[in-house]
Ligand binder design. Structure first.
Ligand SMILES: Cc1cc2nc3c(=O)[nH]c(=O)nc-3n(C[C@H](O)[C@H](O)[C@H](O)COP(=O)(O)OP(=O)(O)OC[C@H]3O[C@@H](n4cnc5c(N)ncnc54)[C@H](O)[C@@H]3O)c2cc1C
Length: 289
């Protein structure tokens, strides 16, 4: 690892200009808990890191009547220590409070987790089931992209040259909304998910499921929005155990895991089915409370 410049821009335009100038030899840094490990390991040959946390928009949290917008540099602890956000965005809180440990959560955020784009990233599926959208800035201006379309392969994302993630926008959940995320790891913490599932439900005034989403971590080259699983739940009673079981089966079918040292294909599919049923039930329970 050779010396590289540390750039502290004050605006998104300044950051984009540096990223555009250096191309692959400059990377944004949020918490640095992935980037610095990877740079030391030789994945990046860097001339510069661009500290996004010096840009006010990238460290701000705005929870308005339309929904929540938080900057790509907001660390996990600032999300889960905010009581208002904890009750409104439960799936996000599940993720923010389990990534790494206290030290990691003090630096790292969901923006860096998403941009790192590992299939096992614990923050990505909860964003998907909260219907989150990425706000991206680049040399041609700004654009928006649903989170489920952001990851394009292991460690790869939809950002073009000179582009960066500015913020994540989540619509305001309705009163019948609930969400949950859980991963399976052999240890209690500080491990990479063998499989993870996030689920959300929107209950209508009669207590039926108006719509639902299920997203899967660590069981494919990217996080997976399992649309068929959500489809099994939409229009059904929230007490319909057979619909929840069907969602579990559909999620397992949507997974395309590999066998590796952390788990086999069969184990991962089984975990997806179990976790889907569990997360849908937990999302329903949260929606009711
Ligand atoms: C001890 C330890 C435990 C961990 N435990 C977990 C865990 O339980 N679950 C989990 O999912 N991860 C875990 N991680 C990985 C890591 O902490 C998370 O992925 C974290 O969320 C990354 O956030 P960050 O802010 O540190 O990102 P950074 O390291 O700053 O950035 C990550 C990547 O995204 C790019 N990037 C950052 N911000 C932007 C932006 N605004 N626009 C474009 N690109 C950007 C960077 O250039 C880099 O390539 C762990 C890491 C460590 C060291």
């Amino acid at each position: 690892m050779h010396p590289f410049a540390y750039v502290a821009p004050k605006t998104v335009d300044e950051a984009v200009a540096v990223l555009e100038k250096h191309g692959d030899r400059a990377r944004p840094i949020a918490g640095g808990t992935d980037l610095l490990v990877q740079a030391r390991g030789g994945r990046w040959d860097l001339d510069a890191v661009v500290d996004i946390k010096t840009i006010p928009e990238l460290v701000s949290i705005d929870n308005g009547s339309d929904g929540l917008t938080f900057g790509a540099g907001v660390p996990c602890y600032q999300l889960y220590e905010n009581p208002e956000l904890s009750s409104e965005y439960p799936g996000i809180m599940d993720a923010a409070s389990l990534i790494g440990g206290i030290q990691i959560q003090s630096r790292a955020g969901l923006g860096g987790n998403l941009c790192n784009a590992t299939p096992s990233g614990d923050g990505i599926c909860p964003l998907i089931v909260h219907y989150a959208t990425c706000v991206i800035a680049g040399p041609s201006g700004r654009r928006e992209l649903p989170v489920e379309d952001f990851c394009t392969g292991p460690g790869q994302n939809a950002l073009g040259s000179g582009e960066m993630l500015v913020s994540l926008k989540l619509p305001k959940p309705g009163s019948g909304f609930g969400a949950a995320y859980e991963r399976f790891i052999p240890r209690n913490e500080m491990d990479i998910a063998v499989a993870g599932v996030a689920a959300s439900v929107d209950l209508d005034s009669s207590g039926n499921i108006a719509k639902a989403r299920v997203a899967l971590a660590s069981v494919g080259p990217t996080p997976i929005l399992a649309e068929a699983a959500g489809g099994e739940l939409a229009g059904k009673s929230a007490d319909d155990e057979s619909a929840i079981a069907a969602a579990g089966a559909a999620a397992a079918a949507a997974a395309s895991p590999i066998s590796d040292m952390r788990g086999t294909i069969e184990q991962r599919r089984h975990l997806v089915e179990v976790l889907t049923k569990r997360m849908v039930s937990k999302a329903i329970e949260r929606a009711r409370s």
